[in-house]
Design a protein around this ligand. Sequence first.
Ligand code: PHE
Ligand code: FE
Length: 291
Amino acid sequence: MSVSSSKPSEPPPGARPDWTIDQGWSAYTPDEHAVWMTLYERQSALLSGRACDAFLNGLDALDLHRGGIPDFERINEELTRLTGWSVVAVPGLVPDEVFFEHLANRRFPAGRFIRRADQLDYLEEPDVFHDVFGHVPMLTDPVFADYMRAYGQGGLRALGLNRLHNLARLYWYTVEFGLIDTEAGLRLYGAGIVSSRAESIFALEDASPNRLGFDLERVMRTPYRIDDFQQIYFVIPSLDALLAATLSDFGPIYGRLAAASDVAIETVLATDDVITRGTQAYARARAMAAQ
Ligand code: PHE
Ligand code: FE
């Protein structure tokens, strides 16, 4: 599930007032379970040595491969024991305030449908593979779990202050597309990356994108792309550092952002902590091809 989704304002028929529905685990077909298993096996093989330890440990702790698409009730037992989080099923994208309200209460809203076997590599709306395989392992980490809860509270606040477009970029460049520096080298933790075969490789190995040290205000000034690989990734030094950087009051930052301009997506500033300066060759080739 991503932030800043939109949005009818009433839950669809059959959903509860908080937009949750039953997962209906027994209704999945053998073909649907097989899609999960294919994706699971492909990604878990790719991610050892690429995803960070928190993600890989979470994947193990939740035993997400047992019996196909996970039953939320089963994974919630372990998840709640570890960090107080649970996964709830929703019919699709939910309004921003509903999404933040769930996060602020340590509930992660997840789609229950799964992509078709001919859509393994790309789909527009988050499905149960993106939401559960991509997001839930990190929620077993106590520090990341606290970050996500704080983000929910911050989201409600940003909505009231009209700065959600800035805060959504923080979600995008951390929760969805974040990289982390480790002793062994750069590793993945963003759900949008770890649930995508091609971007799991691109984000770490391709010469095209810029990779910059995480800076909160810089992130909130940087637009992102939703239709292709990222042109820029932000690298956190640790999960503790991410949480520490976001616990401060964003009020003064929002004040400054209201007067600051956005930074164009391919730009590297003199003040940036450059980890890799990208060639942008991939983005340029794609732009040419689209002309
Ligand atoms: N500290 C932020 C605020 O004052 C809230 C927040 C925490 C936002 C963590 C995102 C992540 O609004
Ligand atoms: Fe997501």
